[in-house]
Ligand binder design. Structure first.
Ligand SMILES: Nc1nc2c(c(=O)[nH]1)N[C@H]1C(S)=C(S)[C@@H](COP(=O)(O)O)O[C@H]1N2
Ligand SMILES: [Mo]
Length: 422
């Protein structure tokens, strides 16, 4: 079932600890791409950047294949198809990495998952042996922690891809429960192990870069629902979405869901990767522009972007629907981290002066998105629609999302606003 180890522990050590030093020293900036590269690709459409993607995708970064879904496409499907699911990669998909620049499933039958760290016997586990452990389904929203980042510009623009609301999708994942896999490996409990680190196959282009690895407290209850996913929407996972193997932690922001999963490490400490220790973090205290900068993050003054903050997004009407004045049906979706049921979605057509209670459809799973709808009147002229979700724990969206402004622009969950001329 397992095979002899093939990766040298020394190599692991270098990847885990050596490269990071350089990244930190260089003051790593997560979303920077050389300007010339962008120019060179500016004329391309999404299908030329990632084979199989819809030409209607909104490109945020051509070099890295970062793209979001127009809401007019996103709202058409219960489960977001691979052709239009948003895409986020951190390293150029060139040379050896070209294999994952496609929505086709990768042809990598020899893929192995290395299990290493404080385990009696580090080993490489074959894909088919993982699959044989039994698969379960999880319907879950995949959403970039930067989704909605562009809205923070109303306070002060933050660097990085200027996502609107299309950096999300509702996806069916299927795979082997992580806890079941760890049981089968007989690696826990292990004295001293406090963190699980997941590492992707993809590598930075330069030695100063940091690997894409993410860490989770070994006793994080979210891991109880996590799966080593082999399928997305009923098919082997498309290469660009992390096939052949992806860690899916339902309800957690995109960056916690490591694609091209190749290593699981059981360690006393979390990964020193810049993507864990400085990137994808949210300040512990509210901060103002200027007083806390993108370079100021430490593991002490911030926390990782774990579970989705409760959120709702209006799908219809959108300005391009050109609705007429009078009664319209307002629809949209809402979701949270899955820890509590969403009980209310309130909708306003007058920018929050009066509110209507939307009816909410039972979701497919605690982590899937909920559909909601309500009939309300549009006045002739300009109408500002607002939606705001609340869950059983009383968690709700700030009416003014700017109160959660942060220098990297993560976790936008302000009440959604759409201005429509009827
Ligand atoms: N190995 C690896 N995993 C990764 C990333 C990456 O660049 N490499 N990007 C992360 C981020 S920030 C997001 S938002 C999601 C994007 O998933 P998608 O491209 O399937 O939509 O993958 C996450 N997992
Ligand atoms: Mo992301």
């Amino acid at each position: 079932m397992v095979e002899k180890k093939t990766t040298s522990p020394l190599l692991m050590t270098r990847r885990q600890f050596g490269l990071f030093t350089g990244a930190a020293a260089a003051g790593l900036s997560l979303n920077m791409v050389p300007g010339f590269a962008r120019l060179a690709l500016a004329a391309e459409n999404a299908s030329q950047i990632i084979k199989g993607k819809s030409a209607d995708m909104i490109i945020l970064n051509a070099k890295l294949g970062v793209m979001e879904t127009p809401l007019t496409l996103l709202r058409k499907h219960d489960h977001t198809p691979k052709e239009i699911l948003f895409n986020r990669l951190h390293y150029p998909h060139e040379g050896e990495a070209a294999w994952y620049a496609t929505t086709e499933a990768p042809n990598r039958p020899d893929w192995t998952l290395r299990i290493d760290g404080l385990v009696g016997r580090p080993r490489d586990v074959k894909l088919r042996d993982i699959q044989a452990m039994g698969m379960e389904k999880r319907v879950s929203v995949m959403q970039c922690a930067g989704n909605g980042r562009s809205f923070y510009a109303a306070k002060q623009k933050v660097g990085g891809g200027q996502w609107k609301n299309g950096g999300m999708g509702n996806v069916v994942w299927e795979g082997v429960p992580l806890k079941h896999f760890l049981d089968e490996m007989k690696v826990l409990p292990a004295p001293g192990v406090r963190w699980l680190t997941a590492e992707g196959w993809d590598q930075p282009a330069t030695p100063e870069g940091s690997d894409f690895s993410k860490s989770y407290h070994i006793d994080d209850p979210a891991l109880d629902n996590a799966i080593l996913a082999l399928k997305m929407n009923g098919e082997p996972i498309p290469a660009t979405h992390g096939g052949p193997l992806r860690l899916i932690i339902p309800g957690y922001y995109g960056n916690m869901n490591v694609k091209f999963l190749s290593v699981l490490l059981l360690m006393p400490e979390q990964s020193p990767s810049a993507y864990q220790s400085v990137g994808y973090r949210f300040p512990n205290k509210p901060v103002q522009p200027g007083e806390f900068k993108a370079g100021d993050y430490t593991i002490h003054n911030s926390r990782p972007t774990y579970g989705h903050q409760i959120k709702s997004v209006i799908f219809s009407p959108l300005p391009e629907d050109k609705p007429k004045a009078g009664t319209v049906e307002i629809t949209g979706v809402a979701f949270n981290d899955g820890a509590a049921k969403i009980t209310h979605v309130q909708v306003s057509t007058d920018n929050g002066k009066t509110w209507h209670e939307a009816s909410i459809k039972e979701p497919e799973s605690p982590w899937a998105w909920y559909h909601w709808s309500v009939k309300a009147k549009l006045a002739p002229g300009s109408n500002t629609l607002v939606s705001r979700a609340t869950d059983e724990l009383g968690r709700s969206q700030p009416l003014d999302g700017l109160v959660r402004w942060n220098p990297r622009g993560y976790e936008w969950n302000g009440a959604d606003r759409v201005t429509i001329t009827a």
